[in-house]
Each structure stands twice: as structure tokens, then as C-alpha cells.
Write a protein that binds this ligand. Structure first.
Ligand code: G6P
Length: 616
């Protein structure tokens, strides 16, 4: 959702904060704003729309030089995305400024209470109440900002990261977190606060992960962390293992294009150190004992958006390799249906960010019911790994584009690793069978690279179809989640009607959508191995073609049987069916990206979306 930056040091706070916001803009871009402390006075500037609008405003009306400041980029929840509702919000006296990510659920009550005491609130946001509560709690500067923040946090319900500055305490920025991310960056004579390390990676790679319900005071010379009662807080210090270049576009027009190209490396990195020379799985880091894993009698994968599609792929692989029943559930639905969970249920929570609130709440529900939770996450220091029994990190590096690409493919790989590891521990597959799959997996990055090297026809096709009103995607088996992901990408990026269907289900209704010229995109399974899948898919192709569809077929090298039924064939290297999504997804990502470009959209920052949604 929103992105937050705070800075105290010797550099220009405005420069550091704006640069940080630029790297956090993926979290929301409805408005941006800053508050700076200069000469004992608080000054704010804020503007609806993307960060560029704020920068233009600052150029017109520059702020006084400051070395302490905070900044915010917003994904609106309470109140329209206009200037007035942009953060920071200030109190009646203009001495406290606060920024916020999350939702303060009891804000209406707090607001009424504040108004009854004479406060004037000018925005429609839940956040503004906090500025006024801090005004009261600091009592005109008698009480320190950190103490005041602790007192105010006791009054708040919901999820929040808050960061505040106060004109009477110009050398500090104070933050608080509950259910929403906040990390500290430790520098030399300067310190940072941010929603994500990307905001300060240009200055330091030393980070401090805050715990739940903690307040942090960041000064030039140090950082103090406590719980909401003022007791010293436990934190985890870590070194970020990627650098600034990973968080920059590196010559690409969009982060998404860069991230698509990084996929072979990201997949290779996700396998690194997890396979031994005999192609056996080594997942020591998982923190679940082999005995725990042998006891599991059911697996439920929970996730949202693109991560949910990774879960759908996982189901095919996990059930096939382990014979453990595996369900996949949208995290936002999970806890409301009262799922049957026991100590021998394994929950696999998949989340690139590790912060998505729907998934986090589902995960917590599962833990309350004593199920074991394994998180598959990409972001070190995020909430889900901390709250899970075990974690398997995808090593995709920072993913900035809102639409997930390398995050997705590495999640699929992590799911394969979990499935194979379970098969190894439980003996449901022979060692040589596992070694064969592992060898196939090891060959995937090179095959992915071959797909990437030959995508010009896909780009051309996208430009050609840019005027289409609707695109349908069909798939069977793991091709079904691939179809769903292809359609989601197109919706997200090109704002087009797009739907993914299980190919066999088509005849039960959706086939009515087929009319002359409707583009239908399919990934056809390998004709080798379980060829029945392939043959059924080819039949489905014939059905839509006979009704006038324009068929675009992703097929293995050498599969000539699809040619009579395909208007366009996109070739991918041969691979086992279960691993095919690692190849067949790539043309769909590029197709959506190119379509968005052709339709004049911002590929990295699609309208209305945010990369990590930290509200339910
Ligand atoms: C948001 C993003 C999606 C993403 C989903 C889950 O809705 O726009 O692209 O797939 O969140 O994110 P996660 O970080 O949990 O994988």
C-alpha cells in the first residue's frame, strides 16, 4: 500500500526522502507528500497524483534546507486521492506531522472525540486523527515524541505503520508499527526509516527489522526501540544482500521489462544451495523437522493475486510427487469459511512481499488453529516469515514493477522444491526419480533464456492486437493457472477484458463468448509423456477455431500437430509438463507488457493497483 520514508542525518532530508519515495512508488501512487523540519519549524508539501507532481510543486515553491524529514506515497483507502487527503497530516498547531500506512479502524470514534475537544480536522482520512492525538499527548512539547507515540498507539485499533516528526524535537523521527511493515536503515551519522529497504539502499545496506507493536526513535547518532509500554524491544539486524543496481531500471524503459529478463537468473538463484551434487534436496533452513513433515496429512496453499496462481501450479506438483491432498485457497476467503485445520495440516503461505494483509491474517488464523505454517516469500525482514514456523525464501531480488513476474516464477520453483523435499523425506518418490526432476529443473534457466531470446513475434502480435476488446486464455492441468495468470496480467496492465478458463470447461458455457476474430491464447502441454492432455487441448483448440477464434498457441519445439489449428504458434523448448509454466508464462508476461505499452499505459504502475496491499 503506502510507502513511508523518514530521515535524520547531515544530508538534505528532502533529497533523501524524495529519492526514497521514488523507490517506494510501487507501493502506491495516488498522492505524495513530505514534511521537513528546518529552523525549528515544520513545513509540509503534498500533491495528488504521482511523485512527479510533488516534485514540480517543490520546484515552484522550494522548501528551506532541512536535515530531518519524512515522506509518503499513498494508495488511498480513506478519502479520495486529492491534495487535501495526501499525507503528511498535521495537528491544529502545525507542529506535528504524521504519515501512515494501514487502516485505523476506530478512527471515526477518535475523530468525534477530538472534535468534541475542539480539534479541527480538515481531511477525510483516518490518519489525521493521529496527528491530533499526538498534539495532545506531547502537551506542547512537555512530553517527548516517542513517549507520546507509545501512548497514542494504545488508543489505536487496526493496522498501522506511523512515522511522525515534531517541531520541538527536530533531531528525531519516531515510528510505530502494528501489522504493517517498517524497517530501520543504519548509516554513519544518519539513520533511516522506511516501508522497505529499497528506500535507503543507496545509503546503507545495514537494516533493522522491527517487531510487532514496537515504537522506534531514530536520531542522527542512534536508534531506540521499545514496545508500546516503553520496555526495550527485541529487533533483528541484517545485511541486505542486494545493492542499488538491483533496485534501478538499468537502461530498461520499465522495471517490469528488466524483471522479466532477470527470470532465468532469479530461478537459478532460488535453487542455489538447495540441491546437492547428487541432485538431492537440501532445505536445512526450513526449520520444520523431518518428523514434522512426515506427520502432514493435508496441505493448504493460501495466497493472493499472482501468488495464488503459483499455488495452483503447486497443487499439481505437490499432489503428484507426495500423494498428500493439497488445496489452494484465496487467502481473503480462507479464514471466513472456518477451514478444517489440525496439527498435521501444513499451510503454505505464498507472498512475494510477505506483507499482504489477506495472506497474513489467513496465516495467523491457521497458526491459532495449531496448523504448521511454511511461508514462501521474497522479502527478507517482512512479516510473514517472522510469523511462520518455517520459511523458504525465493531469491528473486527486489521486484519493483507492480505486476509480479520474477516473483511468480521463483515462487513456482520454491513450490517444486517443497514438493520434492516432502517426497524425499516421506519416500513417496525414489531417489533417482527425484534426481531426474531436479536435473530437469536445473535445465530450466537456460530454456527460459531461449524463450526470452525469441520474443519479437510476441511483441508484434501484441501491437497487432492492441485494439482488441477481449482476449481469452485456455489451459489444462498446469496450463490452467498459466491461462489465469496470462489473463490477470492483461487485465492489470492493459486494462482489457481478459479471462482464463480451464479448456475442458469451455464447452460448459464460456464458448458462447467465441465469435469471429476473438483472440484465444493457449499453452499446449507436451505431446510427450502424458499425451492425453495434449490431445484434449488440441481438440479444444479445434472447437474454438471452428467458431471463428483467432488462435495463438504456445507449443513445444517439434510439436507440429498444433499447426493446422493455430493462427500463430509461439515456440518454447521441450520440458516436462509440470515444469512448463516456467516457460509458457514468459510470452504471456511480454504480451501483456507490450499490449500495455501499445495502449499507452504505465507498465510499472497500473491504475488503481499497489504492489503490496496491507489492508484486508
Ligand atoms: C497485489 C499485487 C499483485 C500481487 C498480490 C499478492 O494485489 O498487485 O500483483 O500478486 O498483491 O502480493 P504478494 O506480495 O502477497 O505476493
Amino acid at each position: 500500500m503506502c510507502g513511508i520514508v523518514g530521515y535524520v542525518g547531515d544530508q538534505s532530508a528532502l533529497g533523501v526522502v524524495i529519492e526514497g519515495l521514488r523507490r517506494l512508488e510501487y507501493r502506491g501512487y495516488d498522492s505524495a507528500g513530505v514534511a521537513m523540519l528546518a529552523d525549528g519549524k515544520l513545513a509540509t508539501a503534498k500533491k495528488a497524483g504521482k511523485l512527479a507532481n510533488l516534485e514540480a510543486l517543490l520546484e515552484e515553491s522550494p522548501m528551506a534546507p532541512a536535515t530531518t524529514g519524512i515522506g509518503h506515497t499513498r494508495w488511498a483507502t480513506h478519502g479520495a486521492p486529492n491534495d487535501r487527503n495526501a499525507h503528511p497530516h498535521v495537528d491544529c498547531t502545525g507542529t506535528v506531522a504524521v504519515i501512515h500506512n494501514g487502516i485505523i479502524e476506530n478512527f471515526a470514534h477518535l475523530r468525534a472525540e477530538l472534535e468534541s475537544r475542539g480539534h479541527e480536522l480538515v481531511s477525510d482520512t483516518d490518519t489525521e486523527a493521529v496527528a491530533h492525538l499526538l498534539e495532545e499527548a506531547t502537551r506542547g512539547g512537555e512530553v517527548g515524541l516517542a513517549d507520546a507515540m507509545r501512548a497514542v498507539c494504545h488508543r489505536l485499533e487496526g493496522a498501522f505503520t506511523l512515522v511522525a516528526t515534531h517541531a520541538d524535537f527536530p533531531d528525531a523521527v519516531v515510528g510505530a508499527r502494528r501489522n504493517s511493515p517498517l524497517v530501520v536503515g543504519r548509516g554513519q551519522g544518519e539513520n533511516f526509516l522506511a516501508s522497505d529497504v529499497a528506500a535507503f539502499i543507496a545509503h546503507t545496506r545495514d537494516a533493522v527489522e522491527l517487531g510487532q507493536d514496537q515504537v522506534v526513535e531514530v536520531r542522527r547518532d542512534g536508534v531506540t526501540v521499545t514496545d508500546f509500554d516503553g520496555n526495550p524491544g527485541e529487533v533483528r539486524e541484517y545485511h541486505v544482500d542486494w545493492d542499488l543496481s538491483a533496485a534501478e531500471k538499468g537502461g530498461y524503459d520499465f522495471f517490469m521489462l528488466k524483471e522479466i529478463d532477470e527470470q532465468p537468473q532469479a530461478v537459478a538463484d532460488t535453487m542455489l544451495g538447495r540441491l546437492d551434487d547428487d541432485n538431492r534436496l537440501v532445505l536445512d533452513e526450513m526449520r520444520l523437522s523431518d518428523d514434522d513433515l512426515r506427520e502432514i496429512d493435508k496441505i493448504i496453499v493460501i495466497a493472493c493475486g499472482t501468488s495464488f496462481h503459483a499455488g495452483l501450479v503447486a497443487k499439481y506438483a505437490i499432489e503428484h510427487w507426495t500423494r498428500i491432498p493439497c488445496e489452494v485457497e484465496l487467502a481473503s476467503e480462507f479464514r471466513y469459511r472456518d477451514p478444517v485445520l489440525t496439527r498435521s495440516t501444513l499451510i503454505v503461505a505464498i507472498s512475494q512481499s510477505g506483507e499482504t494483509m489477506d495472506t497474513l491474517m489467513a496465516l495467523r488464523h491457521a497458526r491459532e488453529q495449531k496448523a504448521k505454517v511454511l511461508a514462501i516469500c521474497n522479502t527478507n525482514g517482512s512479516t510473514m516469515p517472522r510469523e511462520s514456523d518455517a520459511v523458504l525464501y525465493t531469491h528473486a531480488g527486489p521486484e519493483v514493477a507492480v505486476a509480479s513476474t520474477k516473483g511468480y516464477l521463483t515462487q513456482i520453483v520454491a513450490c517444486y522444491l517443497v514438493g520434492l523435499y516432502l517426497a524425499q523425506v516421506r519416500g513417496t518418490k525414489y531417489g533417482d526419480e527425484i534426481a531426474k526432476v531436479v536435473a530437469d529443473l536445473r535445465a530450466m534457466p537456460a530454456k527460459m533464456q531461449r524463450v526470452l531470446d525469441d520474443l519479437e513475434p510476441v511483441r508484434e502480435l501484441a501491437r497487432d492486437l492492441a485494439g482488441a476488446t477481449s482476449v481469452l486464455f485456455l489451459g489444462r492441468h498446469v496450463g490452467y493457472p498459466t491461462a489465469l495468470e496470462g489473463a490477470l496480467k492483461l487485465k492489470e496492465l492493459a486494462y482489457m477484458h481478459a479471462e482464463g478458463f480451464a479448456a475442458g470447461e469451455l464447452k460448459h458455457g464460456p464458448i458462447a463468448l467465441i465469435e469471429e476474430g476473438v483472440p484465444v491464447i493457449t499453452a499446449v502441454p507436451s505431446p510427450r509423456g502424458r499425451s492425453i492432455l495434449h490431445d484434449k487441448m488440441v481438440s479444444n483448440l479445434q472447437e474454438v477455431r471452428a467458431r471463428g477464434a483467432r488462435t495463438i498457441v504456445i507449443a513445444e519445439d517439434g510439436d507440429t500437430t498444433v499447426e493446422p489449428y493455430a493462427d500463430v504458434v509461439i515456440r518454447i523448448p521441450q520440458s516436462p509438463t509440470l515444469l512448463q509454466p516456467l516457460l509458457s508464462t514468459i510470452p504471456l508476461q511480454v504480451f501483456a507488457c507490450e499490449m500495455a505499452k501499445a495502449r499507452g499505459h504505465d507498465v510499472d504502475q497500473p491504475r488503481n493497483l499497489a504492489k503490496s496491499v496491507t489492508v484486508e
